[in-house]
Design a protein around this ligand. Sequence first.
Ligand code: ATP
Length: 390
Amino acid sequence: MGQDKGKLVEEYEILDILGRGGFSVVRKGVKRSNEDGEKCQEFAIKTLKRFTTAAATPPPRAERARASSMAALLPARNQVSISDALLTNEIVVMRKIVENVSPHPNVIDLHDVYEDQTGVHLVLELCSGGELFDRIVAETRYSEAGAAAVVRQIARGLAAIHKENIVHRDLKPENCLFLNKSKDSTLKIMDFGLSSVDEFTNPVIGLFGSIDYVSPEALSQGKITTKSDMWSLGVILYILLSGYPPFIAQSTRQKQQMIMAGEYNFDERTWKNISSSAKHLISSLLQVDPDRRPSAEQLLAHPWVIGDSAKQEQMDAEVVSRLQSFNARRKLRAAAIASVLSSKVLLRTKRLRSLLGSHDLSKEELDNLKENFKKICANGDNATLPEFEE
Ligand code: ATP
């Protein structure tokens, strides 16, 4: 692992863009066939861009000797900008996963890493089955039992990483992808850019995107543990069964307060047909005190998660239509944020303004984006502050 990009292009044919993240572009790649005529394998190649042009400076030799082979990849902390910190963090976490978790049906696998001046290229298992919510809203039949099958897969993935003291810290539906398009495809947890491993990493606190899935302890700068991921899973489950998030407020500040107080309810009109076992499970996951939340292992023994008490009947059509609009709004917002963070050129174009302007980003969200971009710039990245139009 850690080869240069010349090698990457020699070994993989790089195809279409599959998606973009704040600091990354993901493309499909096909491994060029070798002399043995081995079948061409497809992968997702995630390029994590370095904003600072110089390659990360390795730590001094004495320090390196103390560090593990993984940690040696990390540049000294005071030389790290936000984008570089995310980049090195993701590599460290992915390597730990390769060494201790892979292969696991519910955790993305890393096949190779290539490095060059522009960044790092992670050759990942290709998940061509789409994002969790996209698949659900496209389904005609949707039941509690189906939602339980999803929760089971996420819980299995979490149990495997938690066993290795890896906390995902950014668990949300867009980080859960189906491996393929088959009806019984496995679901994979991915995007370990903000995750933490033991004492090795000190990830950047999530500055971007929605706080919908963020635990109270993360918002109050408290200790983040494996139980923080369980809170996020509780939020995902709430949305899966209702089509809307548990914490809805006019402003981010208000939402933050509601999350920290654990202030949500099961509105009678929506929840009357949902089993009490499912509601009980959500209540146990959305407890402000992390110690009171069940672990992923415990969740896997819960009667609703096993499927025993999950209803088999089709859920109200309203749930799916609400989930459709929730999902559509989320995707537009994510596209706007990814654009702001990923392209300096795009920032100067009218496209950004139309992206932000026509898709219902509130003034507060726009201010947050501006604020976040300033923080990146202040942290030493070479990105220029965009011209925003009010
Ligand atoms: P951020 O890291 O800023 O939160 P993100 O999670 O969307 O953003 P990425 O992990 O870089 O960022 O993924 C960007 C998009 O690329 C995803 O939304 C997904 O559509 C696609 N993608 C990422 N990894 C894979 C993969 N292994 N297989 C298929 N598509 C992928």
